[in-house]
Design a protein around this ligand. Structure first.
Ligand code: NAP
Length: 230
């Protein structure tokens, strides 16, 4: 029987890369995106892969829009949840100029949404033989690596996501929870000057995910499989 993955932010960037990879590999893919059914990228994949791609329209900050997914998970197993959607709203701005709304919005999308979705997915993950929850983090979340400051909202929200990952790994030893850094990647977020292509990053990330063992739960890895400092 084919395996099932749920990917958030599936219509572009790394989320689209994950979606294409797992469809090509024969998985059942639950793709979550705002206005999913109107996105050309997902419409093309739906034409090619038919019923193996299921589209879910959801804004991750509006938890009611996630109810169709919740319903689906009451009866079906889920093998892999990739909490990929994320926002980077601030740059290297001075601390005095940090807008508190930016901080709030970043935590809403980068921390609260993955927590809410993972809570919702637990019954379906419990039905899998090897359940994995992958949180899309970033090296910018690393406290040890932060020698340049700035990016308060992005960094601190992703650091919180890392802590969620670690606690989840401790509290739910029946699943594998992993925080992943994709590299600096050519997406809308990463920009055209980024050194890593989506294809290269996704090849690495999916290799890391496929090789995960129970002992790896609670780790922070990059797309090359290297362990990163917290
Ligand atoms: N690119 C990099 O260099 C890099 C480096 C480190 C970590 N990351 C992490 O990797 C992940 C993917 O990044 P990316 O580069 O692919 O980013 P991206 O190109 O900016 O795409 C972000 C995705 O998140 C979705 N999203 C944002 N807010 C949402 C919401 N409220 N509800 C539903 N979806 C929402 C977007 O959906 P819409 O299409 O609807 O806007 C989009 O699909 C992020 O978590 C990011 O922090 C990226």
């Amino acid at each position: 029987m084919s395996q099932t993955v749920c990917i958030t932010g599936a219509a572009r960037g790394l989320g689209l890369g994950y979606t294409e990879h797992y469809l090509e590999a024969g998985w059942q893919v639950l793709a979550v995106a705002r206005k999913a059914k109107e996105k050309d990228s997902l419409k093309k994949l739906a034409q090619k892969y038919g019923s193996r791609l299921e589209l879910f329209d959801a804004d991750l900050t509006n938890h009611e829009t996630l109810l169709p997914l919740k319903k689906c998970w009451e009866s079906q197993p889920l093998d892999l949840l990739i909490n990929n959607a994320g926002i980077l709203l601030d740059g290297h701005a001075e601390f005095e100029k940090l807008r508190l709304d930016t901080l709030r919005e970043s935590f809403e999308v980068n921390v609260i949404a993955p927590v809410a979705l993972t809570q919702m997915a637990l019954p379906a993950l419990q039905k899998s033989k090897k359940p994995v929850v992958a949180m899309m983090s970033t090296l910018m979340a690393s406290i040890a690596d932060n020698a340049s400051g700035g990016y308060y909202a992005y960094r601190s929200s992703k650091t919180a996501l890392n802590m969620v990952t670690r606690s989840l790994a401790n509290d739910c030893p029946w699943l594998i929870a992993i925080a992943l850094h994709p590299g600096w990647v050519q997406t809308d977020m990463g920009g055209a000057q980024a050194p890593t292509s989506v294809t290269e990053s996704i090849q690495g990330l999916t290799r890391v995910i496929a090789g995960l063992k129970a002992d790896d739960s609670g780790q922070f890895r990059n797309f090359k499989g290297q362990t990163l400092p917290w």
